[in-house]
Design a protein around this ligand. Structure first.
Ligand SMILES: Nc1ncnc2c1ncn2[C@@H]1O[C@H](COP(=O)(O)OP(=O)(O)O)[C@@H](O)[C@H]1O
Ligand SMILES: [Mg+2]
Length: 327
């Protein structure tokens, strides 16, 4: 078997991926990330740490002027960095779909939801309009939308944020993706709606086996939903491991700082990230980007790039990019 066989390939594989908007300071630096079939992986980090840039690179949503480099950015075994335009076009629908923070901007305000969902099925030329309509109704039912037939006639503004986010999830699933990338999908919702959407996402994984990359700056969401979590700081992944391990035994001082303020609230879905003192993160070339804000800083931290160290080396390793984690 080769790693090009979809059955055995990870759904997403990033190796040493860097992304620059302007060419001087990359927004994302040297990211390694793996999402296996059926897995829910979380990315957590402060605003500006590069989470959305990373997400958009997977879906090919970044402007053409943005430079993506690295060893590999593969969806279901197909490397997008090496792919031709036609491979990308064919892959984008089936391989990955995205859910955004604000469901109002997912849809056009000018057309009914039914028309917009129909348009998404343009590839399915072998299906009649009636068959497509039936597919859409089933998808809307699957995401728990009450009275789906009536919603087809509705315009986006006629639905609540939570209901519209359900429609957005249904729209993504109509593409039958292997990977769902969700960028802060519950940030614009109230706590009750948030809990319902998280429940729905867990159901989607369990029933349809879709892998999910869940981006959030919200610890409770990550703790509740994810199998593994990657902590992002200033364009880099600084810690990664099984969600229980990261929450119970964080090793990177940045992760510790994120959790330090109110550990009792980690199970509370309403919890937001505490604010850490110091400057807004900026990617650095040399040393550790957190050195200037770190309470455990060593002399070497600002001059030597920290190693990517396995804290626990099990089936799902726990890794930390910190001089203090080194043996
Ligand atoms: N369209 C853009 N043009 C230039 N820089 C951008 C653009 N979008 C984001 N950035 C920069 O990239 C970095 C990462 O941003 P982003 O990916 O939005 O982070 P996050 O989603 O974690 O808040 C930030 O420094 C941000 O200013
Ligand atoms: Mg973002």
């Amino acid at each position: 078997m080769t790693d090009q066989m979809p059955v055995t390939s990870p759904v997403l594989e990033m190796r040493d991926v860097s992304i620059s908007y302007s060419g001087i300071i990359p927004a994302v630096t040297g990211v390694d990330l793996l999402v296996r079939p059926g897995e829910i992986v979380g990315i957590i980090g402060e605003s500006g740490s590069g989470k959305s840039t990373l997400a958009q690179s997977i879906l090919g949503l970044l402007p053409e002027t943005v430079k993506i480099s690295g060893q590999k950015l593969a969806l279901s075994g197909v490397d997008l960095l090496a792919a031709s335009d036609s491979t990308l076009r064919n892959l984008r629908g089936p391989a990955a779909a995205m859910i955004f923070q604000n469901p109002m901007t997912t849809f056009s305000p000018l057309h009914t939801l039914g028309r917009q969902l129909m348009d998404l099925l343009w590839r399915e030329r072998h299906l009649s309009t009636l068959e497509k309509r039936q597919m859409i109704l089933v998808a809307l039912q699957d995401v728990g939308l009450p009275d789906p037939a009536a919603r087809l006639e509705a315009y986006p503004f006629q639905l609540s944020g939570g209901m519209l986010q359900r429609v957005a999830i249904a729209a993504a699933l109509l593409m039958r993706p292997s990977l769902l990338v969700a960028d802060e999908p519950t940030t614009a919702l109230d706590v009750t709606m948030e809990a319902q959407i998280l429940h729905l996402m867990r159901e989607i994984r369990n029933k349809a086996g879709v892998s999910i990359l869940m981006i959030s700056h919200h610890l409770g969401v990550i703790a509740e939903l994810c199998d593994r979590v990657a902590v992002m700081y200033a364009g880099r992944i600084v810690e990664e491991g099984p969600v229980e391990t990261i929450f119970a035994d964080p090793r990177h001082p940045y992760t510790k700082a994120l959790f330090a303020c109110e550990p009792a609230l980690i199970s509370d879905t309403a919890m937001r990230l505490p604010v850490i003192g110091g400057e807004v993160p900026r990617p650095v070339d040399v040393g550790c980007g957190f050195a200037g804000r770190c309470s455990q800083v060593l002399d070497c931290c600002s001059v030597l790039s920290p190693p990517w160290v396995a804290v626990h080396n099990t089936d799902a390793p726990h890794l930390s990019r910190c001089h203090r984690s080194a043996p």
